[in-house]
Design a protein around this ligand. Structure first.
Ligand code: ARG
Length: 574
């Protein structure tokens, strides 16, 4: 992937021109050298060595000697297959202050992102945080790059499970005077248990679902009530998280859109009968994909075929992502294969974005069977947030005694929730996450609060300097000569590249790790002033102070932007 860092782009162009006409700037990878003493940028010669039929070190040596020292480039040295390049720091800093952190390289492109997508009539359990916040981060990453993003909450509101609920409600509904998700979940669990005793209930549930599919009034009205209760509760959590969807048509939305898909499969001669069910056999798959049950009712996969087609027709996506746990890998592989068999070449644009499990104190969290978590209560996302906020509030008020109570409460909410969110986006996506309170809440180390604290430190410095007005446009960047300042600036130049890479590979942790590195550079810079007052940001010399404040301002902006993309707020004080 070509770099979106303007310095890197300029360097690639200059190096390509030096190598000769056979090489394009896009073929060169411009990186950071392993150690800053080596240079500001490094360009490897591997990719061009083949085309030129010369060993990479020979090309590197020639480029280092011939690269014109003009404009951005001030020096070049060969190191094995690499050319290490030094740049004019003032040029780079000026760009940082004037340019956008993230260039709109995705403008004109559309991405559909299916995320969160919980099943109705069940609480949002702790494990829902991963799909919700990984999906949210992917949506924000693409938005930052200029993509048009369609965030989709494909709620599970259809299928035989909902038949069971209807059956349960008809039997025992009267025993639950307040019908909330807890009651709905209890009804469901009770029905499942009853099936163990009396297997005929299974058929009864299927019957209810059939009535639902036929649009029978009583069944529809009850189902709608369950859905509304569920969506209202989900919304409360989404509001806390700042998560917004562009479309929340769930599985039921495709009810009248499945017949067309089934007809298409029929016309293409892809349908087969297997043990009474209607299936499609797929290349290199042991099991066929199920299209209809023996009762003729539709299935999860049928709805995913219809929804994929609907998304393509409605939004004409360039990419369609499904942020769903890796347990559903087979399902998505089969759905995409089936779309390809149907002749849709855009099946290749559909991608399952799997993620690992979450554990809480070593336990797997899930509401299946309703027995996990503490006692008989499922392990709720809200409970975790409440506890985190409760832990944070006294610390915030102790450290900021003059903070307005309302702002302190809001900050505690941002930091508490932010800690939980960050702990779920910082590990590599496919890794399991073992949530560790102390580590997630720590004000140092790889935590969300650490990043928020660094952003708040930047705000604090600006407040202390009494300079609310932006210094960026007028700063004399040539005054920032310390290597620690340059390390921060150099890191900031890479912001856009990390956003672009995180979006392309659907790996939000790339941005999370980058922000931690940035915070590390910033804290090294700020620490210098402890021993050497001349290196503090707020020094007497007005021009130097303005230049340092300008850099602090860019840092604050970058941290806040990065945190926002990952679903965290950046408080002014904490
Ligand atoms: N509701 C499903 C579940 O909770 C996830 C749905 C994912 N999206 C999809 N298009 N299948 O497991």
């Amino acid at each position: 992937m070509a770099s979106v860092n303007p310095c890197a782009a300029e360097i690639a162009a200059a190096v390509a021109a030096t190598i000769g006409p056979d090489v394009r700037a896009e073929d060169l990878k411009v990186e950071a050298p392993p150690r800053p003493e080596l240079g500001d940028f490094a360009v490897g010669m591997f990719a061009v060595a083949k085309a030129l039929r010369q060993p990479p070190p020979a090309i590197a040596a020639r480029v280092a000697a011939e690269l014109p020292r003009t404009g951005l480039v001030t020096g070049a040295e060969a190191a094995g297959p690499f050319v290490n390049i030094r740049v004019d720091r003032v040029w780079a800093l000026r760009w940082l202050a004037a340019g956008e952190l993230v260039p709109p390289i995705g403008r004109g492109k559309v991405v559909c992102i299916d995320y969160s997508s919980p099943n109705i009539s069940k609480h949002l359990a702790y494990h829902h945080i991963r799909s919700t916040m990984l999906g949210h981060a992917l949506a924000e990453l693409h938005r930052a790059l200029g993509w048009t993003v369609i965030g989709i909450n494909h709620v599970g509101d259809w299928g035989t499970t909902h038949g069971m609920l209807l059956g349960a409600f008809q039997r025992w509904g009267g025993e639950y005077p307040t019908l909330d998700i807890t009651a709905l979940n209890a009804l469901y669990v009770r029905y499942r248990a009853a099936i163990e005793q009396d297997p005929s209930l299974e058929a009864e549930a299927r019957g209810w679902f059939k009535r639902l599919e036929l649009g029978e009034h009583e069944a529809r009205a009850l189902w709608q009530r369950f859905r509304d209760i569920s969506m209202a509760e989900f919304q409360e959590v989404y509001d806390l998280l700042g998560v917004k969807f562009d479309f929340d048509g769930g599985e039921s939305f495709y009810e009248d859109k499945m017949a067309e898909v089934v007809a298409m499969l029929e016309t293409k001669g892809l349908l087969e009968q297997s043990e009474g069910a209607t299936v499609v056999r797929l290349p290199d798959e042991k099991n066929p994909i199920l299209i209809k049950t023996k009762d003729g009712t539709s299935l999860y996969a049928t709805r995913d075929l219809a929804s994929a087609l609907y998304r393509k027709r409605t939004w004409n996506f360039d990419r369609s992502l499904y942020v769903v746990d890796r347990g559903q890998s087979t399902h998505f592989r089969q759905v995409f294969k089936c779309l390809a068999l149907m002749g849709f070449d855009w099946a290749a644009q559909c991608q399952h974005i799997p993620f690992g499990l979450v554990r809480f104190g070593g336990k797997k969290t899930s509401t299946r069977a309703g027995s996990t978590g503490t006692g008989d209560r499922p392990f709720l996302l809200r409970d975790v947030f409440d506890e985190a906020i409760e832990q944070v509030l006294p610390i915030i008020t102790e450290k900021n005694p003059d903070l307005d109570a309302e702002i302190a409460a809001r900050t505690a909410r941002w930091v508490g929730i932010g800690a939980v969110v960050f702990a779920n986006v910082v590990p590599q996506r496919d890794k399991d996450v073992d949530f560790d309170w102390d580590r997630a809440m720590a004000l140092s180390g790889d935590s969300g609060p650490y990043l928020q604290f660094t952003a708040a430190r930047c705000s604090g410095i600006a407040r202390k300097a009494g300079s609310p007005a932006s210094q960026r446009a007028t700063a004399d960047w040539s005054l920032l000569t310390h290597d620690a300042e340059w390390a921060v600036a150099r890191r900031l130049l890479d912001f856009g590249d990390h956003v672009a890479r995180a979006a392309a590979s659907c790996e939000p942790h790339i941005l999370a790790h980058y922000l931690l590195d940035l915070a590390g550079d910033v804290s090294r810079w700020f620490t210098l002033g402890n021993d050497e007052p001349a290196l503090r940001v707020i020094v007497d010399d007005p021009a130097l102070r303005a230049a340092r404040l300008a850099l602090v301002e860019v840092v604050r902006h970058a941290l806040a932007r990065g945190l926002q993309i990952l679903g965290l707020h950046a408080p002014e004080r904490m």
